[in-house]
Design a protein around this ligand. Structure first.
Ligand code: PLP
Length: 297
């Protein structure tokens, strides 16, 4: 089956899917993106992702490429044409293509790209059953990490450092030594008292849609949640740790910088939240549950 990408109004064979050399996404990282899980051919938390996308476009004063309803049609069609049942949808919007000048160009249409690809959720689940390692790395990103910008170089550097250390994720540390989030996930610990701790929503982290869904599931289970930064030392003393994201759901973190967290095995609460989230995501995609909201900082 030949793959197809949506590029500015056309469904194009993947190998020919290109944007202009002077696209501002290419020259200035002047754009935003979303990654949305696909379960049984349908998107998980599409509404939450759309609200976040529009909010981020507004923060950067990039025009909306089309209405929310039209975007839904493009997303569904991109999934359908690629026959993806289980996978992810990547969506990118940039300010558009124009002669290279720093100020915003006038009268330029935003660039819209959508790519659907398969993803083996069973493989991710098997990884989660084993747990994953994380390292710490300095948070070298900009002061608006609440915006899901395509300026991902610091995240790529941190992820590469994790890979070279044989780890799955890098937990980023702010200037006070507090964990902000993972390079592509939100970071959580469970204290010895069973309290869930994850950083508060501010400009230092991305408000994850998975984080929002997990927060609601945890509350419905009567679990206590504290939204605050925590140190690596607190993680070492914690009962368990995990990360949440669209492509990992809930991934237990069993070691940090080579030192075990808890008993070095995936935590019970992370396992429980993962089971709850898998069920939630299936129902959400099928349309029998409302989307997790985008929680604005
Ligand atoms: N934080 C960062 C920096 C991310 O890149 C991501 C996802 O890619 C997340 C958090 C998790 O967000 P979501 O749950 O919406 O995928």
């Amino acid at each position: 089956m030949s793959r197809v990408a949506y590029v500015n109004g056309r469904y194009t064979p993947y190998r020919d899917a290109t944007v202009h050399v002077e696209d501002r996404g290419f020259q200035f990282a002047d754009g935003v993106y979303e990654v949305i899980a696909i379960i049984d051919g349908r998107l998980v938390d599409e509404e939450g992702h759309l609200v976040r996308l529009e909010r981020n476009l507004d923060e950067l004063r990039i025009a909306h490429p089309m209405s929310r309803a039209a975007l839904r049609v493009v997303f569904a069609e991109t999934i359908r044409r690629n026959r993806v049942r289980y996978g992810s949808l990547y969506v990118q919007v940039t300010r558009g293509a124009a002669r290279r000048e720093f100020p915003f160009p006038q009268g330029v249409r935003p660039t819209l790209v959508a790519i659907a690809r398969m993803l083996d959720w069973d493989k991710v689940a098997k990884h989660a059953a084993k747990g994953a390692a994380a390292i710490t790395a300095p948070d070298l990103r900009w002061a608006r990490c609440d915006i899901k910008s395509v300026g991902l170089l610091p995240a790529a550097l941190a992820k590469q450092a994790a890979k070279e250390a044989g780890a799955y994720e890098a937990w980023l540390l702010d200037e006070n030594g507090l964990v902000t989030e993972g390079s592509s996930s939100n970071a959580w610990i469970v204290t010895r008292d069973g309290v869930l701790v994850t950083r508060q929503l501010d400009n230092a982290i991305l408000s994850g849609i998975t984080r929002s869904a997990i927060m609601a599931l945890a509350r419905s289970e009567g679990l206590a949640i504290e939204q605050r930064g925590f140190t690596p030392q607190e993680a070492f003393e914690a009962r368990e740790a995990f990360v949440t994201s669209t492509t990992s759901f809930v991934m237990p973190i069993t070691s940090l910088d080579g030192r075990p967290i808890g008993n070095g095995a995936p935590g019970l609460l992370a396992g429980k939240l993962r089971v709850l989230y898998e069920a939630y995501a299936g129902h959400q995609a099928a349309g029998t549950l409302p989307s997790a909201p985008y929680l604005a900082p």
